[in-house]
Design a binder for this molecule. Structure first.
Ligand code: RIB
Length: 349
């Protein structure tokens, strides 16, 4: 039988004021000591306190919401991911709460705390920072974590399942395509290379050059310094700036591999501003096959496709399977195969 516990019972149990409990429930944790919020969450759990909506969900035994924490939907890639997650989740009767955390571990933790405090037990993290340590305490309290766009590493035991693309292979496909067209001076355009996916793309680019006996020139690896965070909201602008710098080198590249399509489209602008024609003077390859931008760009962008809709369908299926306990297999890493889509932005040197 559901017991009618109120906010004052929780406050008494946690030895805090009712307004502190309300701050925790509403995710206002900025000025709160972690021990305080943890005491409140423990009291909530011990007493079985929930908001009315949650009470209803608890009575039915199912909380029909999952969380999605992405870097920023200001980058349309993440908007497309969010739309795909929503579609897959709603087909299973779930809704999605979306948060933009700018790949900031503290921000991710705060959002995850808020979601857990609202009864959400499963969250998809898009392209998280290098480690998941900041989420360990939440995982211990029962948060199911699915990592998207992350190769799981040794210390990531807090993650249950993961879904991603083979970034090394994808970058290798892109670079090898350019080498096959006769390019030897190939630049890499990126923001900070501090996520697993970016590190893997750098590896794939370097591998392709090494296998073709082309010396790796560090001058051609452009790692932009964004104004804030990892530059997800500024990708196109960073691509534009990077293209300016690389194309102004005395021995300029004849081709660019961009870490994602937004960087590639920014590079279009940068190159054109300097009077370079694509692909006659400069070939460009992106990564993502961002719909619809890659296909409708002028010229249409050669890129590496990530099958986002299928990947997100699997991610949602894995996560809901864990929540509903229909999935109890050991943690799984799904690594999708990238596909090179050759359009009109690349040609023989
Ligand atoms: O910003 C989007 C890009 O960053 C995508 O390529 C995604 O895979 C991530 O790493």
């Amino acid at each position: 039988m559901f017991k009618d516990i109120n906010i004052h019972d929780v406050a008494r149990e946690a030895r805090v004021s009712a307004s502190t409990v309300s701050n925790v429930l509403n995710g206002r944790l900025d000025r709160m000591r972690p021990e305080t919020s943890e005491r409140v969450l423990r009291a909530i759990e011990q007493l079985g306190y929930t908001t009315n909506q949650l009470a209803r969900q608890f009575r039915t035994g199912r909380v029909l919401t999952i969380g999605l924490i992405v870097p920023s939907v200001a980058n349309p890639f993440w908007g497309y991911v969010a739309r795909s997650v929503e579609e897959a989740a709603s087909a299973q009767g779930y809704q999605v709460l979306l948060c933009n955390a700018e790949r900031d571990p503290n921000c991710e933790r705060r959002y995850a705390e808020t979601l857990l405090a609202s009864g959400v037990r499963g969250v998809i993290f898009g392209s998280s920072p290098l480690s998941f340590d900041h989420l360990a305490a939440l995982a211990q309290r029962g948060l199911q974590i699915l990592a998207f766009d992350r190769r799981i590493q040794h210390a990531d035991e807090v993650v249950v399942d993961s879904v991603g693309i083979d970034n090394v292979l994808g970058a290798k496909l892109a670079t090898t395509h350019l080498i096959g067209l006769g390019h030897r001076r190939i630049g890499l355009l990126s923001g900070p290379i501090r996520t697993v996916s970016r590190q893997d793309r750098l590896k794939g680019y370097q591998k392709a050059l090494q296998e073709a006996d082309i010396e790796i020139d560090q001058q051609l690896i452009w790692e932009g310094k964004p104004i804030s965070g990892f530059g997800d909201a500024e990708s196109a602008e960073l691509g534009r700036l990077g293209a300016h710098e690389l194309l102004s080198l005395p021995n300029r590249p004849t081709a660019l591999f961009a870490i994602n399509d937004m960087y590639a489209l920014g590079a279009y602008a940068g190159a054109q501003e300097l009077g370079f024609r694509i692909p006659e003077d400069l070939s460009i390859v992106g990564f993502d096959d961002l719909s619809p931008f890659a296909a409708i760009a002028t010229p249409p962008l050669t890129t590496v496709r990530q099958p986002i809709q299928q990947m997100m369908r699997i991610a949602v299926e894995y996560l809901i399977g864990r929540l509903e306990k229909t999935r109890s297999s050991p943690p799984e890493q799904l690594i999708a195969a990238p596909e090179l889509i050759v359009r009109k932005s690349t040609q023989k040197v």
